[in-house]
Design a protein around this ligand. Sequence first.
Ligand code: AMP
Ligand code: GLY
Length: 424
Amino acid sequence: MNILLLGSGGRESAFAWKIAQSQQCQQLFIAPGNAGTEQYGTNLDLKVTDFAGIKQAVLTHKIDLVLVGPEEPLVKGIHDFFLADAELKHIPVIGPEAEGAQLEGSKDFSKRFMQRHNIPTAASKTFTRDTLDEGLKYLAAAGLPVVLKADGLAAGKGVLICVSLEEAQDELKAMLVDAKFGDASSRVVVEQFLQGIELSVFVMTDGSHYKILPEAKDYKRIGEGDTGLNTGGMGSVSPVPFADKAFMDKVEDQVIIPTVEGLKKDHIPYKGFIFIGLMNCEGEPHVIEYNCRMGDPETESVMPRIASDFVDLLKGVAEGNLHEKELVISNKIAATVMMVSGGYPGEYLKNKTVTGIENVRDSQVFHAGTYLNGESVKTSGGRVVAVTSLQDTLFSALQQATADASRIYFDGMYFRKDIGFDLL
Ligand code: AMP
Ligand code: GLY
C-alpha cells in the first residue's frame, strides 16, 4: 500500500523509519517531512493544514492510508474533510475526527469527559470572562500551588502552575480578560495541583479495540536536573521503570478501558492514537491530559521497541480489526536525547550546518527541525535531531545515546546529558 504521513518532526521521522521497514508499504510520502525523512520515502512540499493540497497529493500518488502526526490538522478536521469528500472517503485516516480530537483541543471538553466516565483526574472547574469573579473566589478557596490551563491549543504554553494566590488571580485575569493566549484562553480550567511523577502512556484504537504501546517518560525542561523553561521535550526513555505491571494494570482498568468505552458511550468515533499524560501519585494514576496523537520525543523511543509490523497495526486501526493484529514489544530499553538550537525554547538560531551524523555508532538519528540544502543538512527548528539508542540496559542506552549525540555538531547546539539518569 502507499502511505502518506503528515508532519515534519522527530515523531514523524520515527514513524517513517518504522513504516519503511514494513513489507506492506510500497511507497511512503511525507508531507512536508525534513532532511531525514527523505531516507525513508518522498517528501512533498505541503503544509499539514493545506487540506486541498493534501487531497491532490492523495489522488496523484494513489495513497491508500494517511497517518496524521501532529494535532493541528486533526483538531481542524482533516479526518472529517476526508469523510465528507466523495473521492477521499474510502481512504482511511489514522487520527480522530475533530470531535474526538477535542480530547486535546479543549481542556474543558477533556475534563468533562473524564468526570462523566469516572476517570481519575485532578479536581477542576472551568471559567469564562462572564464568570471571572466566581473564578477569583474559587482560587481564594483552592489550595496552592494551583494550575491554570487555557482551554484551547496554545503551542504547549497554556499551562501555568501558580504558587501564590496573587499570581493565580493575576494570571486568571490576564488569560480571560486580556486574552493572554488569544482565543485559546477565552475559557480557563482551574485545576488542583497533583504531586507525583509523570509518564506518557500510548494507546492505539480502532474505536472498539485497543492496544497499549510501550509507555515512555519525557523530559520537558530545557536544563539539566529538570530546571528552566518548558520545551516540547528534551529526551525520553522507554520503558519507564516505575510503570510496573501493578501500576499498568491500574492504568488499563481505571483509565484506558473507561476512555475507550467512554468514547463509544458518547458516540465519538475514534481511530488513532490516544496519548495519556499521567501523574503517578503514590502508585495511583491520575490523568493530566489527553493528546490525540503520539508524543514527541516519546515516539522516538517507542517505535524502536515495537518489534512487529507497524503498518499491520495501522491497517488494524483502519479496518476495525486491531484485536486480530499482533503487537510485539521488545524488552530492550530505548533512550532518546534531543539536540536543540542555541536559544531554544526562546528565539533560536537557524540555518546552521549539521555535521557528524555519519559518525554515530549505535544509535538511530531521527531528524526534527532540519532541511536539505544541496548535500548539506541545515537546521530549521528549535529541536534539530533526536538520537535514540536501544540497548539491554537503561544505563547503556543512556550512555550510548549521549555519546552518539556528542558526535553530531552544529553551531550553538545543546542537549541535556542527564536524560533518564533520575530513573537509574
Ligand atoms: P500540558 O500542557 O497539559 O501538557 O501541561 C504541561 C505540564 O504541566 C504537564 O506536563 C505537567 O508537568 C504540568 N501539569 C499540568 N497539570 C498539572 C497538575 N494538575 N498538577 C501538576 N502538574 C500539572
Ligand atoms: N512530549 C510531549 C508532547 O508530545 O506533547
